[in-house]
Design a protein around this ligand. Structure first.
Ligand SMILES: Cc1ncc(COP(=O)(O)O)c(C=O)c1O
Length: 407
């Protein structure tokens, strides 16, 4: 049976999925053989800097360029579990050149934000989701897992300590980057016996300081970002470096981002490092449908994706919209665009919240995505930005917003 499938799998990975009923998943949790001692937030020590940094003027902030005064770190060893968490001045790491992270890419990370509300309180947005995702990523590469609630408590304390870095204006936030690396000194390929989990923070400004700017995409089929049974649905650093060359290729031809396709059917998966949404009018019924790819292992489980879906079900479905997590293809978008049924398209991710798409270059065609020349965002993208921001900044009190306690 396997012998018969193999040649076909080489020709067409997507066909293999159809032909094979095996679930493409590894029970990565089982990879951790050691009973872990979990994180103890009560053991946190804080060593504050004696040389606070000068704040960068808000309008000069560049994403991920400047960092706050401190960092949060926790070490783990297979024999002792998680050691006491520490907040220290932001500093270089000192690692053995044989550390396994440098050789076999034992690294995973998260991207999340802290916001300051109008009363000056720091809030995290859906941090539980990021911790859940980080645990899935770390477990998949045999790094240790941890108690998400304990980690949120620590991240909240860290974010509150760095509050002065978040400008008091709408659109600004503190980007938080939890990172885990395997630190064991070994060239042997095996599960790391030690790890470091650290969090750094970078103040960021609004993604669109002068309003939305719709982007042009290049549908990318010559390089594949993720595939069934792979790790594209995990936030591993190793997934990102290989996307830079296709990104440069697209940029060379005048496109802002790659639209990642998969398989002979040309399934649409993600856009750059964002989840992709399209709004289509049904050919027969005229009913509007908001579509995004399903969580089948070929896309990252975006927190913003989940927020968009949830808001769409709450606010658009009652207006008659169908909200779908389903596979869709470039030929389907091409046809809808030609017939004037492709209403809009946008990416969704933590950095921009939503990023409207003007058009997609595909097989010599420029597939227009429903925007008028004078328009930079469709109706749904604009609404989503407003609805999600209201919950991030606490204008609308909602369970997605985690108010840092003790402020
Ligand atoms: C590949 C990829 N897809 C989607 C996303 C969006 O995820 P989120 O909404 O959690 O930021 C990211 C986020 O960074 C990403 O790297």
């Amino acid at each position: 049976m396997l012998r018969q499938l193999r040649p076909q799998s080489l020709r067409s990975p997507s066909r293999l999925v159809a032909a094979c009923t095996r679930a493409y998943s590894i029970q990565a949790n089982a990879a951790s053989t050691v009973k872990l001692q979990d994180i103890d937030p009560s053991k946190l020590s804080i060593l504050e800097t004696t040389t606070p940094k000068e704040l960068v003027p808000p309008t000069e902030l560049v994403f991920g360029r400047t960092f706050t005064d401190h960092m949060l770190s926790l070490e783990w060893t297979a024999s002792s579990g998680w050691l006491a968490p520490r907040i220290t001045p932001y500093q270089n790491l000192s690692l053995d050149p044989a550390s396994c992270v440098f050789h076999y890419a034992f690294e995973c990370f998260e991207g999340m934000k802290a916001y300051k509300d109008t009363s000056g309180k720091v809030r995290l947005f859906r941090p539980t989701k990021n911790m859940e995702r980080m645990n899935k990523s770390s477990a998949r590469i045999a790094l240790p897992t941890f108690d998400g609630a304990a980690m949120i408590e620590l991240i909240a304390k860290f974010a509150a300590l760095e509050k002065r870095f978040i400008p008091d204006a709408r659109g600004y936030s503190l980007y938080l980057r939890p990172t885990m690396i395997g630190t064991q000194r070994t060239l042997g390929v095996g599960p790391p016996g030690s790890a470091l989990l650290y969090v750094i923070a970078s103040p960021v400004g609004p993604y669109y300081p002068t309003g939305f700017k719709a982007v042009s995409l290049e549908a990318t089929d010559y390089a594949v970002r993720a595939w069934p049974g792979g790790v594209g649905d995990k936030k591993l650093g190793a997934n990102y470096a290989p996307c830079i060359v296709p990104q440069l290729e697209a940029a060379k031809r005048g496109f802002h981002q790659n639209l990642w396709l998969f398989g002979d059917e040309e399934f649409v998966t993600e856009v750059g490092t964002m989840n992709m949404f399209v709004a289509i009018k049904n050919k027969e019924t005229g009913q509007k449908e908001l579509v995004t790819a399903p969580l089948d292992g070929t896309i990252l489980e975006g927190v913003t994706r989940d927020s968009v879906l949830s808001l769409a079900r709450e606010k658009l479905a009652p207006e008659g919209w169908i909200i779908s997590e389903r596979k869709y293809t470039m030929p389907e978008l091409f046809e809808a665009s030609k017939e004037g049924r492709l209403l809009e398209a946008f990416g969704a991710g933590t950095a921009a919240v939503v990023s409207p798409v003007r058009n997609i270059s595909w097989k010599g065609n420029l597939v227009e995505c429903g925007l008028r020349p004078d328009q930079e965002a469709g109706e749904v993208a604009q609404k989503m930005l407003d609805w999600i921001s209201a919950r991030q900044y606490g204008d609308e009190e909602h369970e997605w917003s985690y108010v840092v306690p003790g402020q």
